[in-house]
Design a protein around this ligand. Structure first.
Ligand SMILES: Nc1ncnc2c1ncn2[C@@H]1O[C@H](COP(=O)(O)OP(=O)(O)O)[C@@H](O)[C@H]1O
Ligand SMILES: [Mg+2]
Length: 253
């Protein structure tokens, strides 16, 4: 375990009341948290709710870095919850950095016109680009969606670990609070622990059980006293994620 700083970390509300109650207030500020879960488990929605809360309640500007999800799809999917990120973008409180845009970094432009190989952009480029935009809009909350797509070019576990660490260190230096998304299998609460779970300051798992129940579990949160048992949650149209902190999952609590 890392040595805790003496000063207690200030909290950042997630915009999800039930989750904040499991976190005794919210996520620790200026840390890097991992959200790990299966496809369709609501990782993107949870992260976006966190950004919306920051913009609306704390006047904190936000950036969503997306490797595979297009801005257009993001904007329209999030509108289903009544979250108008196009308006946030217009008023300068939100930036969506798309995979294609990241790969189109000028210094790495492909010689093969119109086609951009994944090798065209490096992790250092992404860090530089992020630093630039964080400073430009004075962003406080960042989402990286997702680590799996970002590090696929590092098949060597040690290299991948190094890449994730350097990204995390840069984000800490930039004094932002970051949620990184990591893909797991759908029915996989007892999955193998991923290296990024050891590296990040906190881990929130989101899973769908075989009977269709959605379960959320905070398995780690450095410097914060948390409820680390699994609890049910649902995804509600026009509302977003709802976590039920007093309800339990198959008698585990
Ligand atoms: N408008 C909606 N109302 C209720 N549930 C929705 C709505 N839109 C999406 N969902 C649910 O959310 C899931 C997608 O959430 P998302 O955050 O994109 O998942 P992930 O990022 O983990 O793959 C869908 O599979 C569906 O179950
Ligand atoms: Mg997603």
């Amino acid at each position: 375990m890392e040595k805790q700083s003496v000063k207690p970390a200030s909290k950042m509300g997630t915009g999800i009341e039930g989750l904040d109650s499991l976190l005794s207030g919210g996520l620790p500020a200026k840390r890097t948290i991992l959200v790990v879960g299966g496809p369709g488990s609501g990782k993107t929605i949870l992260c976006t709710q966190f950004l919306k809360d920051g913009i609306e309640k704390s006047n904190q500007n936000c950036i969503y870095v997306s490797l595979d999800y297009s801005k257009k799809a993001f904007m329209s999917d999030m509108m289903q919850f009544g979250w108008d990120f196009a308006a946030f973008e217009k008023n300068g409180s939100f930036l969506f950095l798309e995979g294609a845009a990241i790969r189109r970094l000028p210094q790495k432009a492909s010689t093969n016109e119109g086609s951009y190989e994944p090798e065209d952009f490096t992790l250092e480029d992404l860090i530089d680009l992020l630093a630039l935009h964080i400073k430009k809009i004075n962003a406080k909350r960042i989402i990286i969606d997702d680590l799996t797509a970002l590090t696929f070019r590092f098949p060597d576990p040690m290299e991948r670990r190094g890449a994730i660490l350097s990204l995390m260190e840069s984000l800490v230096e930039l004094e932002v609070t970051t949620i990184m998304i990591s893909e797991a299998a759908l029915y996989d609460m007892n999955r193998e622990i991923k290296p990024e779970e050891y590296l990040s300051d906190g881990v929130i798992g989101m899973f769908v059980l075989k009977d269709g129940t959605r379960a959320i579990q905070i398995s780690k949160m450095r410097g914060v006293q948390v409820d680390n048992k699994p609890h049910p949650y649902s995804i509600v149209d026009k509302v977003g994620i709802e976590v039920f902190p007093t309800e339990t999952i198959f008698g585990e609590n």
